[in-house]
Design a protein around this ligand. Structure first.
Ligand code: ZN
Length: 185
């Protein structure tokens, strides 16, 4: 029997929203990446982020306060211009280096429905992380994918994108975003 055949399909988990104190907790590192519960959580997050038209999700968003995120950039109705990549589980990451340059872009969050913010992020980062097989990996990320990582990394520290806007005026509704911003891009 191959290892693959032992894997179960992921299941949809419900996403908690801003106001739930778990979103404000600091996430703990994962001690045993190969643990069945962690592997199941990874599968569930992969399904959940896709179903919700997300491009990333942190485990704390399904009320599991541990250092696990999925980065899964792909075009979808919420982010039609997102670049395509293989959905990647990132565990216990750290940022090794980053550009001095920051860029602003529109972000939303599955835990902050109906709001978008104009958020500054590093344009490029280099990260080190543990993959789902327990192997240490390095990755360079730029632009939108770097933005996703930094957004999810903030969740590990109990931060959400509304904490990162430079002015409350940089927050707009989803509807205004769809009507004004997306059409003009
Ligand atoms: Zn988020």
């Amino acid at each position: 029997m191959t290892q693959h055949s032992l894997k179960t399909m992921g299941e949809l988990r419900s996403i908690i929203e801003l106001g739930n104190p778990i979103l404000r907790q600091v996430a703990l590192p994962i001690l045993d990446v190969t643990d069945e519960k962690i592997q199941g959580l990874i599968d569930d997050l992969l399904v959940t982020v896709k179903q919700a038209n997300g491009v990333g999700i942190a485990a704390s968003q399904v009320a599991q306060s541990c250092q696990l995120m999925i980065v899964a950039s792909r075009p979808n109705p919420r982010y039609p211009d997102a670049p395509e990549m293989e959905p990647t589980a990132i565990l216990n990451p750290r940022i090794l280096s980053h550009s001095t340059e920051t860029v602003k872009g529109w972000e939303g969050c599955l835990s902050v429905p109906e709001i978008r913010g104009w958020v500054p992020r590093y344009q490029a980062i280099e990260i080190e992380y543990c993959d789902r097989n327990g192997k240490l990996q390095k990755m360079e990320m730029t632009d939108f994918v770097a933005r996703i990582f930094q957004h999810e990394f903030d969740h590990f520290n109990g931060l959400v994108f509304v904490d990162r806007v430079e002015s409350p005026q940089d927050l707009i509704t989803e509807e205004a975003y769809q009507q004004q911003i997306q059409k003009s891009e």
